[in-house]
Design a protein around this ligand. Sequence first.
Ligand code: RRO
Length: 387
Amino acid sequence: MTPSLATTVGGVPLTTCIYNASGPRSGTAAALSKVCESQAGGVLAKSATIAKQNGNPLPRTYHATNGQASFNSEGLPNNGIDYYIAKETIEECMTDPQKPYMVSISGKTLADNLEMLDKIAKAPTLDKIQLVELNLACPNVIGKPIIAYDFDQMKDILKQVSAAISGKNIKLGIKLPPYLDGPHFQQAADILNQFDGTIAYVASINTVGNSLVVDIHSEAPMISSNQGFAGLSGPAVKYTALANVRKLRLALKESIDVVGVGGVESGKDAFELILCGATAVQVGTCHWTEGPKCFDRICQELQDIMKSKGYTCIHDFKGKLKEWSREGADIARGAAKAETKKDGTTKEAAGGGAKNDAAANLLQTILMALIAILLADKLSKGGILPF
Ligand code: RRO
């Protein structure tokens, strides 16, 4: 039987647990309709501001040649909130009525965010907008800090947003930046937990802000805006995303879902995030570089992994990350060995590297001992040594 990838985010059903992150290929109805036509379980629009804007000057993106990291300083190019909540836009995007449509807002001020929420609440399309993601983590508005790193400001915004949408039919998600320091996870979660009636989910993580990619030939940054400082995404951030999802899942109230996002480019990556507690997984950079067919591929790969483990739905493994154990390490080492045999390459896994180093050291010691014995024998026969 084919495993089911169905899930819910904040109570909203998604046909599959994989969908697009707000950002790449999500600014126009044409691009969003391609997401809807794929296996993506939902469709999320680019973060909106009140008015349409072009964003930062070009070049504002860069993909590292090793495929591990991407950088953007887009500066919120978008068509304005009215476009994303318009009947025509939603009709063009949403060719599959089973899938939810979601908008993202990233106002320049709290007043802008409140105004956009009011527009959404009053829109004739409200019943077609299943989730609203409030982006508190954009790293690329020049001169503005990342809101969710300032806990006092975050609390104040959530208080006012919560009051503004109370009694209105808006299901709210919060897009968070990556936290890196232990206490910050708990501090963020303590604030978010106070608004558990308002917050349906958090999406973790946005890009790693203020990263810098430098070219040695020109001796300058690769990105023109904001002195080259940009949000880092792609496989390089997956491990940070895993930790953020895990830490937040453990610290947040059960009623607040965690949607995992950051560096996902395979079914294996999605599996890992779900194991850490994600209820769904957004794909950003890979959607940007590969296009919407990435959703079909990632869904298929995730189903293949689930099938191989006998899992029939994501609840069979969601949030069930086990503690480290000797038995587990043996399983990981055995799997890495089998993989190595299969494709002939050396895999970094479960101390496999350390084991190989130990074997090499032993061989080296034996060889040196043999050489020493032979040398000693030769020298003693030559009468140089006293034995
Ligand atoms: O548009 C952007 O520059 C941008 C946004 Br709004 C965001 O949330 N994250 C990001 O990396 N870029």
